[in-house]
Design a protein around this ligand. Structure first.
Ligand code: PGA
Length: 272
């Protein structure tokens, strides 16, 4: 599948495997991302997709539904692993990430639901749930392409800024900023779960390709830190700088600071 790549920035400064694509707007970001996923599925029909929730990938999922309906991509052999799930919410709760994935993607494409994995937020033994999620991931051979959003605080999945980060799937307390950011989906902030199960940095970093998406001006600062800042556990996404194959797709607003002429970032912009 070919597509208009938009403006592409090749990042220098030792981060030689991070490619940044700046699309015009949210629609363009969604299209570029969906085509990257569709290309992966077409070249490896039984691939393992790592999937994410949040507002950012919704447009990408819409495009994938469209491509599937037009027979441009076939998900029948695909397996998927999601990044995270709220602790305490069952899959039929309308704010659970299982519910989100079913409604935004799985119910509308020809994927076998039995091959879609999301941590069980209501598991009786939550530690066991985390261990078995990692074992299953290992058994399937790891993720071919991992979709990520990014929190304004730099979290990926629910790996929140901290002095230490976890390798394995684990239960984590959500930070105040994450609870505030996610309260827009709930009727009140008190209803937002305070804990979640999240894949750790190990599961994410072992993915063969990382596809990180961001849109809107509120993400410009964190995208700049992701691409050019120092690696720091207080910005979990910055660890992606040491991954060997990262594609960052942003719209112009989220890419504003890395495109600015004034900033001292060592990036070279290549117009396609
Ligand atoms: P968003 O969330 O896509 O809703 O901005 C991203 C994230 O928190 O990872």
């Amino acid at each position: 599948m070919c597509y208009n790549k938009g403006t592409e920035i090749n990042v220098e400064k030792g981060v030689d495997n991070m490619k940044v694509i700046i699309a015009k707007n949210y629609e363009g970001m969604s299209e570029v991302a969906a085509k990257i996923i569709a290309d992966k599925v077409n070249s490896k029909p039984n691939c393992i997709l790592g999937l994410a929730t949040g507002s950012t990938p919704v447009g990408m999922y819409k495009k994938l539904v469209e491509y599937n309906k037009n027979n441009e991509v076939d998900f029948s052999l695909v397996n998927s692993f999601n990044l995270d799930e709220y602790k305490g919410l069952s899959g039929d709760h309308n704010q659970s990430y299982r519910y989100f994935m079913d409604n935004n993607l799985f119910n509308h494409i020809n994927i076998n639901k039995a091959n879609t994995f999301i941590p069980n937020g209501k598991a009786e033994n939550i530690e066991e749930e985390c261990r078995s999620y990692d074992s299953k991931l290992a058994e399937y051979g790891g993720i071919d392409i991992q979709v990520l959003g990014i929190g304004n605080n730099g979290h990926i999945g629910f790996n929140e800024p901290s002095d230490t980060l976890s390798v394995c799937t684990h239960v984590t307390e959500l930070t105040k900023t994450t609870i505030e950011a996610n309260s827009r989906f709930f009727s009140s902030i008190e209803e937002v779960p305070t804990e979640a199960i999240t894949m750790g940095l190990g599961g994410i970093m072992r993915a063969k390709t990382i596809l990180l998406l961001a849109s809107g001006s509120q993400k410009a600062e964190i995208i700049s830190k992701l691409v050019t800042g120092k690696i720091n556990t207080k910005i979990p996404a910055s660890l992606l700088q040491i991954h060997s194959n990262v594609i960052v797709v942003v719209d112009e607003e989220a890419g504003a600071l890395i495109m600015s002429n004034d900033n001292k970032l060592a990036v070279s912009i290549v117009k396609n």
